[in-house]
Design a protein around this ligand. Structure first.
Ligand SMILES: *Cc1c(COP(=O)(O)O)cnc(C)c1O
Length: 407
């Protein structure tokens, strides 16, 4: 195929999958569907088929696709000042840091990066700059794929090919306060946790867990790092999920939903932890890029002005109640918070449910062999929730018929 051929051969679903296979590294496998356009909660594939997007770019598209406020902010910024490097100051960068600290409700400092893993890498460096080296993280926890973040990630299958990883990390069972108490000592630099384990299958810890983590780390002078990369920026109906337990961490990391589709990470630090990065200790060319910061500001503005936090609580409640009302024999449990929900199946049929849902025009994510993760835009409407519930119920029934026939 000539280079020009790619343009002519375009664009059907299968054609794009073939082109992907020809040139992309195989770390993602071949994704299941090419998407070419989106609007709100809806997306269209390369053949014009429409879907309701309950994956949301993996909890990224907080305002859905092509939200006019984000489009306008990004267009205006790239049209006036696209990038300055950290040798100069751009106003949107400072403004976004001010806004993030305001929604956190505390004085502190912010380091910007380009992804979740990088936000955690900065947290890891802050931890090391305490002078301590030992770190505690949780089994099943997910903190990213770069080598430092991977060392914190408690998933041996993802780590195994890359040993030796940066060291001195202990993993403890998630949700287990006694295990935290035993593992965190006065030699521990940091404890890192997700308020809800997202990639591990939307696992909610027992009530009081985050509060206990705060007490245990305060007693040993250990930094509490809350990885709110998936749960932050309204996903659970609060700006930060840990606000549900009134817990104030030393470091909070953000990414996914913050940029409304733009790549951005942020590491917020408070108290003494905010002063540990000093000139020369860390950096990135794109840190605080004004275009992504302008987009993120539009996201925060819109969430605030349109009352989206309250909407998430309502819409999340409607979705959850609707899923429970299906009372489907294949569904064992619905768990999660706000618009981050896990539908736990009684069989390892998540991949089949994902495909059946797609055949009904619904995009969902089989995050574990027996768990479907739902993370629609925070702006999802009641009507879209109801359409989703109809189609998802039908998809579940098709799969349970198959499972029964197979037995
Ligand atoms: C997605 C995620 C990360 C990693 O973010 P990337 O942008 O993929 O590097 C880290 N922590 C949590 C909790 C996440 O959900």
């Amino acid at each position: 195929m000539s280079d020009d051929g790619a343009d002519i051969i375009g664009a059907g679903n299968t054609a794009l999958a073939h082109r992907w296979q020809g040139v992309m590294m195989d770390n993602f496998g071949t994704p299941r569907l090419p998407l070419v356009r989106g609007r709100g909660t809806r997306v269209w594939d390369a053949e014009g088929t429409e879907y309701l997007d309950f994956v949301g770019g993996i909890a990224v598209n907080s305002l859905g696709h092509a939200h006019p406020a984000v489009v306008r902010a990004v267009a205006e910024q790239i049209g006036s000042l696209g990038h300055v490097s950290n040798l100069f100051i751009a106003e949107p960068t400072v403004h976004l840091a001010e806004r993030l600290l305001r929604i956190a409700g505390r004085a502190g400092r912010v380091y910007f990066s380009n992804s979740g893993a990088e936000a955690n890498e900065a947290a890891l460096k802050i931890g090391r700059l305490t002078g301590r080296t030992h770190m505690v993280a949780t089994t099943g926890g997910f903190h990213g794929r770069t080598m430092g973040a991977l060392a914190l990630t408690g998933q041996p299958d993802k780590q195994r090919p890359f040993h030796p990883l940066p060291g001195d990390v202990s993993h403890v069972p998630y949700g287990d306060v006694a295990a935290l108490r035993a593992a965190v000592t006065p030699k521990t630099a940091l404890l890192i946790l997700e308020p809800v384990q997202g990639e591990n299958g939307v696992i909610v810890p027992p009530p009081g867990y985050l509060r206990a983590a705060r007490e245990i780390t305060a007693a040993t002078g250990t930094l509490l790092v809350l990885d709110e990369i998936q749960t932050g920026i309204g996903r659970t109906g609060r700006w930060f999920a840990a606000q549900a337990e009134d817990v104030e961490a030393d470091v909070v990391t953000l990414a996914k939903g913050l940029g409304g589709g733009l790549p951005i990470g942020a590491t917020l630090a408070f108290g003494a932890a905010a002063e540990l990065l000093t000139p020369g200790t860390h950096g990135s060319t794109f840190s605080g890029n004004p275009v992504v910061c302008a987009g993120a500001l539009a996201v925060l503005d819109t969430i605030e002005r349109a009352g989206i936090l309250e909407h998430v609580t309502r819409a999340g409640g409607r979705l959850r109640a609707g899923l429970e009302a299906l009372a489907h024999p294949l569904v064992r449990e619905v768990r999660g918070s706000g618009l981050l929900l896990g539908v736990v199946l009684g069989a390892k049929a998540a991949a089949r449910v994902q495909q059946a849902a797609q055949d009904h025009g619904l995009l969902v994510n089989a995050v574990a062999p027996d768990v479907i993760r739902l993370a629609p835009p925070l702006t999802v409407s009641d009507r879209e929730v109801d359409i989703f519930l109809d189609g998802f119920g039908a998809a579940l029934s098709e799969v349970s018929d198959e499972v029964l026939t197979a037995v």
